[in-house]
Design a protein around this ligand. Sequence first.
Ligand SMILES: [Mg+2]
Length: 323
Amino acid sequence: MLPAGRRAALPEAEAGTAPGAAASRRAMAGPALWRALRGARGRGPAAAGGSWGWGGPRPRPDKYGGVSVELAELRRPRRRERAAFGRWLRASVAQWQQEGRVAVWLHVPILRSGLAAVAASQGFDFHHAESGSATLTRWLGEGPSRLPAFASHQLGVAGEVQNRLHTSLIFFSPMQTVNGWKFPGGLSNPGEDIGDTAVREVFEETGIKSEFKSILSIRQQHKHPGAFGKSDMYIICRLQPSSFTINFCQQECLRCEWMDLDELARTKHATPITSNVAKLLLYGYREGFDKIDITMREFPAVYTGLFYKLYHRELPESYRNIT
Ligand SMILES: [Mg+2]
């Protein structure tokens, strides 16, 4: 079996264990890799990691012509790990360049963050960090990097809930930059549907139970304060309540009440979004919600077993059935 450090520098398909294949593998590896694996003191492949107990990770090719390396696969840290990793990385990158790979994705566990510094010294940069791991990348292809940037927006969702008297549930928040009546809402959790965020946030902040009906409005704002330098997408949904007694969250809310839609559309003590959505709702209430609702349909995704939600204005049956 190949030494782990040596195996790591090979693409998956080449990292086999066939007896007698070492020489041809060495030839495939190229001089840069072999020199690096021998190390400064010329002790052969083991010097790149094995003698220091550094196992070396297994690179995985991706469908875009890049390669992904998971450093969580390394055994526990050993003495002089950074130096071994540095040599391994330099040699591996040289080989990946020879093979025509366009990019490297390096996933670094937070407890091995020192390796991120080593990678940075070889032209890697942070792509994103999440849940105990940072991902660094280096573009190897021609011209400027074509790698997609990480998430550009945060998503907030609010719920507009109307009771039987057509009064809207709104609250006054002491926490936010602009004080004024607004619809209850908050940030979406990872993997959470838009409607589910609205229902959850309305319940958490006001104690009112409800069901998702439609999307009313979408706001996009760049350089949003509180979005960590990202843009903010804020979606307001129309919800139908199934309980009516307010029990609001004291941390996020100063006052919470049902307000007549007409009054809400006219009050100066509401954010512009709230006022505009109130006017939209008045229109929907008088002319029919089909004039304002953006409804949701679910479809199977091309990926097996997954589904997605498609939001659009109501489509007449005769148009839905066009094939
Ligand atoms: Mg909130």
